[in-house]
Design a protein around this ligand. Structure first.
Ligand code: NAP
Length: 497
């Protein structure tokens, strides 16, 4: 604590509405701000302070910056902002942004008297280590140093770049929290005036949660990405052994040129296909568990719960691999190795006196599997597009469920047909078993076929009916009568709900 005065009332200056006039001249430079515009102070003259000052001036506010070295910094700020010493800067504004790092908060204690009764906006972000080290958030620490001030946590999730570029180019939401509702309202209006969307996060106790937000790095993606990488490494190694190592060891053929493109292209569809089946496998397991337990009111094991929650990310990674596979496949005929092989084949044909090379079965097989592949990718693209929040928000639950569940399953069936027509009879040809390893496509078929099969089983009336009863609250070994509505009327059974 810097000094023991208790805050009584925030100044009446802040009762005035904060105007949101943009003061940008036609030549895009910032014009002079009228002297009567609400004044906002900034402590610190670093990157964040500069971007903040630019945005505040652009939003029609009068800005005064407090620096330890104002002369050195003045040239870096918009001309409409006043850059002065810290003590002078905090004199008149009622809202002061503290754009300094936590470790330097205590150096501001000499300003305690001037800051008494003002709103201090804590914009700081801790590092991951600091966040773990301190149980108290930066904002709470600031509040403990300045008990006479109303501390508000805000703007920490907005980068200096977004502030400078404007809210159209980046995150718009500004989570705000404070123990003083009036101070929170004032900072929310300020955020509005700057073009951002304030999000009320409650009391200052939420500051730790707000400070943790910028520390997150794609939280839902870690496990799905590791899973996709694991599958990629497995299938790449498997394909390498079959397509490159085996010809080298057993036939003395050097096919290492296949490593960057050809092997990658045979690996990607395997990963995409297995990942897609892993989107639907947890649903099948959950349904099986519910059927076995005869209730939906018992929690799933944690691993299944997590798996169910990561389905969207796994599905998007599947789409990503499938899209890459499509692009790689289009590139195949462009390769010089492909042209050499084609010419060699033509020469061989001439030498063996074969004039017309046309195998009807192969032609049909390829036409069909390419078409099925394109269709599967098309349906997968629909799934990917509808998982974007803006699109998902425009769909009702039934529409969303139809696309993600029904169309998703259609994509899985199409991919299975694509794989089967690609493989054709190869699984039964002895020459296809390299080092006794079966063709890769046979491995990829395992999980998807199980998923499709079990899903098919769940369509049997006895299982479907029992499952829909369970999902409506019916429980095994119960004493209460449970009747399904109309179309399930036949399903009247004894239960206790
Ligand atoms: P910075 O460029 O290093 O600026 C920090 C400023 O703190 C310095 O320019 C300095 O200004 C001032 N300061 C005051 N007392 C100080 C002292 N005792 N020792 C050293 N410096 C002192 O950092 P920044 O990037 O602007 O970040 C400032 C705050 O904003 C941090 O808390 C950061 O977490 C937060 N933030 C930054 C961003 C971003 O994108 N940069 C985004 C969100 C939040 P004077 O020398 O003029 O006094």
């Amino acid at each position: 604590m810097c000094q023991p005065v208790v805050v009584t009332k925030l100044s009446g200056e802040m009762d005035k509405p904060l105007i949101s006039r943009r003061l940008v001249d036609s030549d895009s430079s910032l014009a002079e701000v009228p002297s009567e515009a609400p004044k906002v102070g900034i402590l610190g003259s670093g990157d964040f302070a500069r971007s903040l000052a630019t945005r505040l001036v652009g939003s029609g506010l009068s800005v005064v910056v407090g620096s330890r070295h104002p002369k050195r910094m003045v040239g870096l700020f918009p001309s409409a902002a006043k850059v002065t010493f810290q003590a002078e800067a905090v004199g008149s504004p009622e809202v002061i942004f503290v754009a300094v790092f936590r470790e330097h908060y205590s150096s501001l204690c000499s300003l305690s008297d001037q800051l008494a009764g003002k709103i201090l906006v804590d914009v700081s972000n801790p590092t991951e280590q600091e966040h773990l080290q301190h149980r108290e958030s930066n904002a709470e620490y600031l509040a403990s140093l300045f008990p006479t001030c109303a501390v508000v946590k805000a703007f920490n999730v907005i980068s200096a770049w977004t502030l400078q570029a404007g809210p159209r180019d980046g995150n718009r939401q500004v989570p705000i929290c404070s123990d003083l509702p009036e101070a929170k309202r004032t900072v929310s209006e300020l955020a509005h005036a700057m073009g951002f969307t304030p999000v009320d996060m409650g009391s200052l106790a939420s500051a730790r949660e707000i400070e943790a937000m910028p520390l997150r790095l794609l939280p839902g993606w870690k496990v799905p990405t590791i899973l996709a990488l694991g599958l990629f490494i497995f299938f790449y190694t498997y394909n390498f052994i079959r397509d490159v190592l085996q010809p080298y060891v057993q036939e003395n053929r050097n096919e290492f040129y296949k490593l960057p493109l050809s092997v990658v292209n045979t690996t990607l569809p395997c990963v995409a296909y297995v990942l897609l089946s892993l989107v639907y496998l947890p649903g099948v397991l959950a349904a099986a568990l519910q059927l076995w337990r005869g209730t939906k009111y018992r929690r799933f094991p944690d691993w299944l719960d997590h798996w169910l929650q990561h389905r969207k990310q796994i599905g998007l990674l599947s789409f990503f691999c499938a899209a890459l596979h499509a692009v790689y496949s289009v590139c195949l005929p462009v390769r010089i190795s492909y042209r050499y092989n084609l010419v060699n084949l033509a020469v061989k044909q001439v030498l063996t006196n074969k004039s017309h090379l046309w195998v009807e079965e192969n032609v049909w097989r390829m036409e069909i599997y390419l078409s099925l592949g394109v269709l599967a990718l098309g349906v997968l693209s629909l799934l990917a597009v509808t998982s974007l929040p803006s699109i998902a928000n425009s769909l009702n639950w039934r529409e969303f469920n139809f696309v993600q569940s029904t169309l998703g399953f259609v994509a899985l069936v199409l991919s299975t047909l694509h794989t089967l027509t690609y493989g054709w009879t190869r699984a039964f040809e002895e020459s296809r078993y390299k080092f006794y390893l079966p063709p890769t496509f046979t491995l990829t078929l395992l999980v998807p076929c199980v998923v499709i099969l079990v899903k098919g089983l769940f369509l049997l009336p006895c299982l479907r009916h029992r499952l829909s009863k369970i999902r409506r609250g019916w429980e095994k070994d119960s004493a209460v009568k449970f009747t399904l509505p109309m179309d399930h009327a036949l399903a009247q059974k004894t239960s206790h709900v």
